[in-house]
Design a protein around this ligand. Structure first.
Ligand code: COA
Length: 697
């Protein structure tokens, strides 16, 4: 008998309890245990079977760690069918998250009950596959096409109440899954209810599935799984049950073989690994209740909003009462959005804005905060003044954090008498929306301060990545390189619009020039001025067209004009006719005859520059592992999740090919295309970035 499925008789009911922590994933032992349990129940005279999970959840899905390995019998679809075929009444009792294969087991059962907090769903498309154990065949028979299409193609989790209304669940009751399951099974036996296999229910009438397929494909922006899943639902409507199951399995296996599946599963595990750091293993974070925020602009107000929503008290410091009032207005506006979307109640809104938030213009009011985040102007002297003042007023042990996006945190820490308490916490704008947090660890930052940075990120619902100190840390340093690569392609003959289209087809939410317009062209302008003032390497290529756009007062969306003309609204994106002549002016001045670029070459160069810089970032220890870069780009820079991140993409394209491209382009521009030593080393050793991830875990 399997170790993870415990068998027990309670009167007429055979109880199969799964105990496979942490999430009762349906690995081999669980599958074999379920089949054995059903067989045993049938042989020892039980009249009903109850299936439930011990611990935090019912089965949360197939064991994703088994994906890509040779499958071992019994396969999950057969387990579900075996449960369904039993002559006993089978009840599944759900709690936690009954997802994917978990819900499919429940759908193979004859009745389903859940606790009120349970959630169900078929999230397979989120990891690049589709339900493969009858989900696309049974759910439409149970709840019809519309509900199934929504649940299967979105992968969203459905709360117990909604699942009851939809007909996925038969009953919702308070109690433990064991108690409510036993009571329900007994009730069914007492009432003489019969078996109720979903396979015997009528399938819905077919609709225009080609149109649905196209609509879903368009909505998923390059991701295949949701559209392929539509074909599974189609099979449920057009084929007999067993043939539908076979078709579903074939479609599932097709998706299993894709790069997208590899990319999405890499992303799934990378975001769970990124917070696992040897340096904070077993280290308790410091107490965190009251937060200070210096500066109530867009960034500071976003950070304060996020902190308030995560239950922290916030003291916001501004220079003048007027500025403090404006900061409060911004926070109220942000929280008003949460109120409108039903995320918080009116009472909660009042509490957060009137009680949990206080505003001040005096540093003395920061004496009691546990952690203070500075979000003032990006200027080293200004930051140093702020940190000197914080050092004077903050209590011993308070953490002093800077939200700088590129300045040297060691230099900031050095103006205090407590460099061990200083850290960088780089949020992304708007900070109450964007999920990425770079935790920037300076030379002297204490481990429990690092642990507190990660604890804060977790409290705020962020994905936190550890970064070392360098200009731009992980994300902005890599961004600066691939943006430069795009700028070079423009000088050589590509247009910003062609580049945006090529990268949007690759899967980025927005191309780099549309992003620049959104972020504000003045930001890049300021960085260019700073870098020129510091002195550019004479070998570096430079251009002036972007400065000229700014000199004309065009800063992108906020002024209505940038690379694009937004006079018809922020989404209209008509190319600004002044841009191409400015670019041509630069080409003429530098004696460049423009050449054609294919979309393929644009993507290859852009991605190679990104991966090469990322390899330098990993090689220098700025990012701990390649997966930390992947998570940064996925959560902060709109990188398509189904490609797994730039390092995973590079592994799949092949590092030798990538290096060969870089070496070829270096013949024309040896300054820009300097191959990363780590990339050269991996190619020489025949290894991949993922090998480095594995070695580090
Ligand atoms: N297979 C294998 N391992 C899984 C898993 C699965 N289906 N689901 C979760 N895990 C692992 C996680 O990797 C993590 O492992 P770790 O502690 O070694 O890092 C652990 O279980 C806990 O998961 P975590 O996501 O940290 O917990 P949570 O409470 O935040 O979320 C879930 C729980 C189930 C909602 C979430 O893990 C999830 O969405 N899992 C995937 C569900 C899915 O896609 N199922 C369909 C597969 S076909």
């Amino acid at each position: 008998m399997s170790q993870v499925i415990q068998y027990e008789r309670v009167g007429d009911i055979a109880v199969l309890a799964s105990n496979n922590p942490p999430v009762n994933a349906l690995g081999y032992d669980v599958r074999i245990g379920l089949v054995e349990g059903i067989e045993r129940a049938e042989q020892d005279g039980a009249k009903a079977v109850l299936i439930y999970g011990e611990g935090r959840t019912f089965f949360a899905g197939a064991d994703i760690r088994e994906f890509g390995k040779p499958p071992k019998e019994p396969f999950l679809p057969d387990v579900c069918s075996r449960i369904e075929a039993s002559h006993l009444i089978v009840v599944s009792s759900l709690h936690g998250t009954a997802l994917g294969g978990g819900l499919e087991i429940a759908l193979g059962s004859h009745y389903r009950i859940a606790v009120p907090s349970a959630r169900v769903g078929l999230p397979e498309v989120l990891i690049g596959v589709m339900p493969g154990a009858g989900g696309t065949q049974r759910l439409p028979r149970l709840i019809g096409i519309d509900g199934s299409l929504d649940i299967i193609t979105s992968g969203r989790q459905v709360g117990a109440k909604e699942a009851l209304d939809l007909g996925i669940l038969d009953k919702v009751a308070e109690g433990t899954p064991r108690e409510i399951g036993l009571a329900y099974a007994q009730e069914l036996l007492d009432s003489g209810a019969g078996r109720r296999p979903i396979r015997d229910m009528d399938a819905p009438a077919a609709v225009d599935f080609d149109a649905l397929y196209e609509a879903v494909l368009k909505k998923s922006r390059g991701q295949l799984a949701p559209a392929v899943a539509v074909r599974g639902i189609q099979a449920a409507c057009e084929l007999p049950f067993d043939k539908g199951m076979k078709r579903e399995r074939d479609l599932f296996m097709e998706l299993m073989a894709t790069d997208q599946r590899q990319g999405l599963i890499h992303a799934f595990f990378a975001e769970r690994t990124v917070g696992k750091l040897p340096e904070i293993d077993g280290i308790a974070p410091r107490d965190l209740n009251a937060l200070g925020v210096i500066g109530g602009g867009t960034m500071g107000a976003g950070i304060a909003t996020s902190a308030l929503l995560s239950g922290l008290n916030v003291t916001m410091l501004e220079m003048t009462p007027e500025a403090a009032a404006a900061a409060k207005g911004r926070i109220q506006k942000n929280l008003g959005g949460a109120l409108k979307r039903g995320k918080i109640s009116q009472d909660k809104y009042e509490d957060l804005t009137e009680k949990a938030l206080s505003l001040t213009t005096s540093y003395d009011d920061l004496g009691d905060v546990d952690l203070v985040i500075e979000a003032v102007f990006e200027d080293m002297d200004v930051k140093k003044t702020v940190f000197t003042q914080l050092d004077a007023v903050c209590k011993p042990g308070a953490i002093l954090a800077s939200n700088t996006s590129y300045l040297n945190v060691d230099e900031i820490a050095a103006v205090t008498k407590r460099p061990q308490d200083v850290i960088g916490l780089h949020f992304f704008s708007p900070a109450h929306v964007m999920k990425l947090l770079e935790v920037v660890v300076a030379d002297k930052t204490a481990p429990d301060v690092v642990a507190t940075g990660f604890a804060l990120g977790k409290k705020m619902g962020k994905v936190s990545v550890r970064a070392g100190v360098c200009d731009g840390f992980i994300g902005n340093r890599i961004l600066s390189t691939y943006r430069t690569c795009a700028d070079h392609m423009i000088l050589d003959g590509a247009s910003p619009y062609q580049i945006d289209v090529a990268l949007e087809k690759f899967g980025f939410a927005m191309g780099p020039y549309a992003v620049a317009d959104l972020a504000g062209l003045d930001i890049g302008w300021a960085v260019r001025k700073r870098k020129r003032a510091e002195g550019l390497d004479p070998a570096a290529r430079d251009s002036t067209y972007a400065d000229k756009i700014c000199e004309d007062g065009h800063f992108g969306q906020k002024t209505g004009m940038g690379y694009y003309d937004y006079s018809a609204g922020p989404k209209s994106r008509v190319p600004n006719p002044q841009v191409i002549p400015l670019i041509e002016g630069d080409r003429d001045a530098q004696g460049i005859s423009p050449r054609e670029f294919t979309e393929d070459e644009i993507v290859r160069r852009y991605m190679a520059s990104m991966v090469n810089e990322a390899a330098k970032v990993v090689g220098e220890g700025i990012a701990l592992r390649p997966l930390d870069v992947d998570v940064t780009l996925l959560y902060g820079y709109g990188f398509p999740r189904y490609r797994g991140g730039p390092m995973k993409w590079a592994d799949m394209v092949g590092l030798p090919e990538l290096l060969a491209d870089i070496q070829k382009w270096a013949k024309d521009d040896p300054y820009f295309w300097q191959a990363a030593p780590l990339l050269e080393q991996l190619v020489a050793e025949g290894r991949t970035f993922d090998d480095l991830n594995k070695e580090a875990s």
